[in-house]
Design a protein around this ligand. Structure first.
Ligand code: MLT
Length: 244
């Protein structure tokens, strides 16, 4: 297995495709997707365009759907939910389809949606993603951070590093064998530096600070948890995620 890290969707090379591409948006889209599946959402349809999302969502009866929209960290007016993992409870979300748009996370998924295998990862699902990769053994894997409007995000890169570090340990391989680019090695170094202070790192990150200004400290605490959910969202058809 060879792992490559791209900090943002914009860094993903044109005209190439890995065996497996993994979208990461720790704050908060991929953490929220995992939380939604945990309480029984049946599928997640991702959109970057608000109007297209509304149009697709409205083909399902209101009792079977939830529309979730976030821009700039805040809920989009008129949507059922914003992008908080804590919004999802069994009562609200179980047996519903989630139609979701966020500033960066859904855009990241769109950028990699043509890869033959597309997953999402978060700190909360790190070990589940590692177990999935060990079982399926794809030859090339891209870990793609969502970043913020084209710029690097600490929280996505630390998650990529956490995945690579655990894979290296479980495979008994060194970084020279396992990594395909310098960003992958840098991601592991970031994780090794911060592994015991993940919440502090999320609070330091620029999007973490944006969310703190919006009183979302509880979301940061939720998203900083490592290995607490044993599930892996996987793309079934372009733009639609289900449980693997
Ligand atoms: C995004 O997609 O940019 C994020 O998930 C934003 C957020 O924290 O809601």
């Amino acid at each position: 297995m060879k792992l490559f890290v791209y900090h943002t969707p914009e860094e993903v090379p044109d005209g190439a495709s890995p065996d497996c591409a993994i979208a990461i948006d720790v704050l908060r889209a991929t953490s929220t997707m995992a939380a939604a599946f945990k309480v029984g959402v049946t599928a997640i349809h991702v959109f970057s365009d608000l109007a297209l999302l509304r149009q697709a969502g409205e083909t399902y009866p209101p009792a079977e759907r939830l529309l979730a929209g976030e821009r700039g960290g805040a809920k989009v007016e008129g949507f059922d939910l914003g992008n908080s993992p804590l919004d999802h409870t069994v009562e609200r979300s179980s047996q519903r389809r989630l139609f979701m748009t966020t500033t960066n996370g859904t855009r990241c998924l769109e950028r990699i949606q043509h890869a033959p295998m597309v997953l999402t990862a978060a700190l909360t699902t790190r070990q589940a993603v590692v177990d999935f990769l060990l079982k399926r053994a794809p030859e090339t894997v891209w870990l793609v951070g969502s970043g913020w409007e084209g710029t690097y995000s600490l929280e996505d890169t630390v998650c990529a590093g956490a995945i690579i570090e655990r894979l290296a340990t479980q495979l008994g391989q060194d970084l020279k064998t396992l990594t395909g680019n310098d960003s992958a090695i840098a991601a592991v170094s970031l994780y090794q530096q911060w592994q015991d202070q993940l919440l502090e790192l999320l609070r330091l990150a620029s999007h973490g600070q944006r969310l703190l200004r919006l009183d979302q400290d509880a979301d940061l605490a939720y998203c900083a948890q490592l290995d607490v959910l044993d599930l892996v969202p996987i793309q079934s058809t372009p733009g639609v995620l289900v449980l693997s």
